[in-house]
Design a protein around this ligand. Structure first.
Ligand SMILES: [Fe+2]
Length: 269
């Protein structure tokens, strides 16, 4: 049994429809004061953990803190991705539009179990840019049996040009088994229409008949976006958010106001 299933979880306030908010009990604490095993155990049970009032760590300290919990994903830019809106980006992650649902590390052999954001510069209220998390395990659990069977027979091939730190062609069944909890989860990345997104993502669906495939994918998209399954995080400067990658899909709402948000992301395998 994974040790995180036995570690006590951090006390806090439940967010809706899932997630937990933990506020620093006193001034002067930083992320380093939160035991990393407790942090991940809480994230495993709540799926999203928001820490507020804890000081952020500089890059070497953040790496050391997360490395104590597991191997870090390493990309050509290192372990920490600076998420900022760029003037003329090649990839949609760095423009001011929305980011459709996906899971992190889909293009890697070993996707991360967790990813952590530090919000260096937040958004003004109403400026958009919220990160949206969809509870894929619950979407699956609540779906009718015939739809679940349809998803179980569906495989998607994804293709995108490598203009950022990922790309190529990959094939994934819609359903997968959560490696820690054993639950059935959904692995799906929404298509990116070339008319709307830089670095588009093209999907080919295999398995069911074409009529059934349309139903499988239409229902999937609608259910993943159902507000009953989605937690939207509006970023404030200083927020630390940890997310459970295997149980969730995530994306971002488009910015409707200032785009000077700055976040740092690190991923733990
Ligand atoms: Fe992501």
């Amino acid at each position: 049994m994974n040790s995180q299933l036995r570690t006590p979880v951090l006390e806090g306030t439940d967010l809706a429809p899932f997630g937990r908010l933990v506020e620093a009990p006193s001034d002067g604490l930083t992320l380093a004061d939160v035991p990393v095993d407790d942090l991940l155990a809480t994230t495993l049970s709540s799926k999203v953990l928001v820490l507020r009032g804890y000081g952020l760590l500089d890059v070497p300290d953040l790496e050391d803190y997360c490395r104590a919990a597991g191997e870090l994903m390493r990309w050509e830019f290192g372990t920490i991705l600076d998420l900022v809106v760029q003037d003329d980006p090649k990839n949609y992650l760095f423009d001011s539009g929305d980011v459709p649902f996906h899971w992190d590390g889909a293009w890697s052999e070993r996707p991360p179990r967790y990813f952590l954001f530090q919000c260096v510069q937040g958004c003004a209220p109403g400026a958009g840019g919220e990160t949206v998390f969809s509870d894929a395990t619950r979407v699956y659990r609540d779906a009718p049996e015939d739809l679940r069977e349809l998803w179980a027979r569906t495989t998607v091939t994804y293709r995108t040009d490598r203009l950022a730190h990922y790309g190529g062609t990959m094939t994934h069944p819609v359903l997968a088994t959560h490696p820690t909890t054993g639950e059935t989860t959904i692995r799906y990345a929404e298509p990116l229409d070339p008319a709307r997104y830089r670095n588009p993502l093209f999907l080919t669906v295999d398995g069911p008949s074409s009529e059934d495939a349309v139903r499988a994918m239409t229902e999937l998209g609608e259910r993943l976006h159902d507000p009953r399954y989605c937690y939207e995080h509006a970023w404030r400067t200083g927020d630390i958010v940890v997310a459970e990658n295997h149980a969730l899909l995530h994306g971002r709402n488009r910015f409707t106001g200032s785009t000077n948000r700055h976040m740092q992301r690190i991923q733990i395998i």
